[in-house]
Ligand binder design. Structure first.
Ligand SMILES: Nc1ncnc2c1ncn2[C@@H]1O[C@H](COP(=O)(O)OP(=O)(O)OP(=O)(O)O)[C@@H](O)[C@H]1O
Length: 343
């Protein structure tokens, strides 16, 4: 990775008395049961990761696996019991309190599952609130807030109170508020879990649209693999406080590092994840093709054409045919049988 904006070095976060001493004594390597026996809850254990500028990095895992605790550490809201959180190369918890607050207020934005809007403030008041905390003058913060409200499609609702809005609209306000300060890092902690599936999809599209427009670095927590696949560049899967694996959705599905990751990705939408490259067969003697597909194209984009054709399609990379996909390959995908090729 060329330019990590955020990195974790051996980060652990334990809850319970004497957590610090347990880490110093090297006891974090003990199993969860052993730690629990001495009254310690290992929420995050020995996490290493680097997030690139402009990347959408998803953290997934079951309830209690440590996602929220890790994100609270990454956002400077909770101090790790051990390890370092590096923002643009500087340890968040080695800097002064004032500097940490400045970074949190100016460089980071957060969206929460429960929207966390202030009920007594209007939409305008809620979106302008972080700018008020920064001490910006009223006219400037209201102008910026109106801009953000328009960005999320809520123009005309400025004077409404949160209780007068639907769940989806409330979360749009949460999004507008989190973007008001123009953050470099945008944290979304299960932002859409309280919304029904249709609205949830609409909001995922909204994040994709905003990301294409604003090019933030996004740290997105979810326990829904479909959601992760839609928004992520890379996905980290957490289990019992540790990272089980980090990779693209395709890497996780094709090469799961553990049985846990395999089970976690079993029901993944393969046709939306896998590319032509990962299901193609060698070209052999074939020269008669029905058409071409790009090596990086997702299967869902061409499966229908390939299924309808008696002839294979050429898989093309840099103008060169590197393999073929045919009906048989489409069936392989459906039954979860990939041909691993070296291309
Ligand atoms: N303040 C706290 N004090 C004690 N234990 C805590 C605290 N916060 C979290 N934990 C524990 O740490 C572990 C990880 O919790 P965390 O909330 O990070 O998980 P999560 O993956 O975000 O779960 P969920 O998806 O349910 O939000 C859990 O066992 C939880 O009970």
């Amino acid at each position: 990775m060329t330019d990590p904006i955020l990195a974790c070095r051996n980060v652990s976060k334990l809850f319970g008395a004497d957590a610090g001493r347990a880490v110093r004594d090297g006891r974090v390597t003990a199993g969860a049961a052993e730690l629990a026996a001495v009254g310690l809850i290992p929420a995050v254990l020995d996490v290493e990761l680097s997030i690139g500028r402009g990347e959408t990095f998803v953290i997934m895992g079951l309830s209690g696996s440590g996602k929220s605790t890790l994100v609270r550490c990454l956002a400077g809201l909770a101090q790790p019991t051990a390890g370092e959180i590096l923002f643009e190369g500087r340890d968040l918890f080695a800097m002064s309190e004032a500097e940490l607050i400045r970074i949190r207020r100016h460089k980071m934005g957060m969206v929460f599952q429960n929207f966390a809007l202030l009920p007594h403030l209007t939409v305008l008041g809620n979106v302008a609130f972080p700018l008020d905390v920064q001490g910006r003058p009223r006219a400037a913060r209201e102008a910026r807030a109106r801009e953000m409200i328009s960005l999320v499609g809520l123009t005309g609702r400025e004077d409404h109170f949160p209780r007068e809005l639907s769940g989806g609209q409330q979360q749009r306000v949460g999004i507008a508020r989190s973007l008001a300060v123009g953050p470099d890092l945008w944290f979304l902690d299960e932002p859409f879990s309280a919304l029904d599936p249709l609205i949830r999809r609409e909001m995922q599209d909204e994040v994709l649209r905003l990301q294409a427009l604003l090019k933030k670095t996004i740290v997105f927590i979810t326990h829904d693999f479909d959601e992760a696949v839609r928004v992520a560049d890379r996905i980290a899967i957490m289990k019992d406080g540790r990272i089980a694996q980090i990779g693209t959705a395709e890497e996780l599905v094709l090469n799961p590092a553990t049985d846990y990751v395999r089970a976690f990705t079993r029901d993944a939408p393969r046709a939306k994840i896998l590319t032509a490259r990962s299901v193609m067969a060698p070209v052999g003697e074939t020269t008669d093709f029905a058409g071409e597909v790009a090596a990086g194209a997702r299967i869902a984009a061409f499966a229908h054409d390939v299924e309808q054709s008696d002839k294979p399609f050429a898989v093309v990379k840099d103008g060169r045919v590197i393999g073929i996909v045919d009906r048989l390959a489409m069936i392989d995908v459906l039954v979860g049988r990939e041909r691993k090729t070296a291309a």
